[in-house]
Design a protein around this ligand. Sequence first.
Ligand SMILES: [Zn+2]
Length: 641
Amino acid sequence: MNRNAGLSILRIFLATIALLIFQGNTTKIKSGVVVNPLKWESLQTIGEEGVVGERVNLWRNNRFWFIGESGYLIDGFEKRPGVHPWQGEHLGKWLHAGVIAYKITGNEKIKKAMDEMVKRVLATQRADGYIGTYADEYTFMVVPESTDPKSIADDIEASERKKLVETGKNIRGGWDTWTFRYNIYGLLTYEELFPNEKIVEACKKMADLLIEVYGVDKYDLTKYGTRKGISATTVLESIVMLYQRTGEKKYLDFAKEIVEMSENNPDLRLMGTMLENKSVVHPGEGKGYQLMSNLIGYFRLYQVTDNEKYLRTVVNAWDDIQRNHILVTGGPWSQKEEYNGNSECFAYTDDFNPEKSHVEGCCDATWIQLCTQLFELTGDAKYYNEAEITLLNSVYGHQEIEGKEWCYYIAPNSTKPYYQEKFHCCGSSEPRALEIYSDHFAGSFEGHLSVNTLAPSTVALSDHFGGGIIQIKGDFPKGSVTNIVLGNKKTKYFTLEFRVPAYTSFNGVKVNGKSVDAKINNRGFVEIDKEWSKGDVVAIDMEFKLVATVQPGKNGQKWIAFNYGPLALAQKSNAENFKVEPFTNVEFVWYETNKAVKMLKPAQSSVSNIAFYIENSDVTLIPFYLTGSRTSGPKTYFKCN
Ligand SMILES: [Zn+2]
């Protein structure tokens, strides 16, 4: 046996152990809380290859360590006050992504780094339960409601903030409960894989402190922080997680209290607005990232209560966002308008302007979380199609490909992405999206082996499928060549299903070289029933389709953009060619999308195997995620007549 084979057997063994531990903790609810079950359950990913492997490992090998080894992650807790109002969020986000990275890689160095950081942050807990980065006089217990707008970071002009810093009056407040949201989230995610009662106790003390300040007949959580309290109420998800973990009713009561406070604030009222099928533009000024973070809290609340209205809230919001607020890159876009708060807030779809609208990286990650939750509940391909489009385009577009930098924003039409090494919310959110995707390659759904993505990868099979592994081989997303190779130890009869990516035609499937009947089920997956043995090969015949999408915009202007399968296409543009009207003899007519598609012809490109030129023009389109560099950016949307 060569060394590599030995190593991979060791990794499968480690992965199986991790799987047993992980599944043991997710399926057996220690507290006895009845949880509305997620029907789609991940099988253990062992490794990723191709583009998907490159991108996720870029984070694991670079930014994970840049963040983990920087004092910034923990300094604010150990030496209060910190230097930035939401400095405290990074630790919880880093733990969330790190836990999945460890689950997949078994890299003990990652575990050791997290162990150390958890120990250090727990050591900062005060007797009253506080774990945060604020000076004593500015904690949420001392300033529970933000009555002075100048006391809230983000709500004041940069010039004014500068003045406050210079005069030593910048208290940088309003985000202390936000730190609690990520503390509890990150610590409980870590604890799920590495059980430790001390961590649960620490989370309970934090939650108890929140209840002391914002419980029944106390202060109003929606008066804390920015945007009508929509940032503060994101703590909902973390509180429900704590209830799931402990079964203590007071946490469920507090979660419901948070909902009640939200509903009583007419400027927030997320659930009421969604149940009335209204737009996401209004609640909490439509602040995209936070609004979706609240929704993932409502989803968890549905899981523990079985109350349909919470789920309906989430589904209605998902429908509105998907229909009106998602770019062809999968990025949830936002734009400053007079009716909303700032450039990170959702705007009405017909106010779209591709140079002014942009995607906050945190919105990508939270949208992927939301799509993933709904997918796990229903097994419906439509939810994961959206998550995948966002990952392959918008998330990769935010990631700098040499190392550790990430963009905060990207506009769909821009001359260059602004990559930054420094800590920012998006640089800590986006890696979570990479890891969530890697954790959902294959799973089980009501007894089916459900192959959810066609990215080259290896996944461990549970005993139900005969043990062993399954491998996805091919070039996705660079192309659509895909074989699924069974490596189950025991021959078993079961249904194997796979998801065909968005905007991709399915032409048929062969098993071991012979065409077989395959039907597409009502969740959008292709199914094959068979007795499966080691060495069986499923060859999928599919083809990316060229699709044109018309987006309404400001002043009645219509814009057109293209997808090739799940990949968004864009021109690699720079400062010189950006403003040049790209077409002389070309005209896109908004209601003639079929004609527009026919104007795209295969082209050669040194950057990508996928390239099209637009007839009678100098414009070449390549995958959006390959257009960004230090000197170039994407031009995704083109004017229509
Ligand atoms: Zn962000």
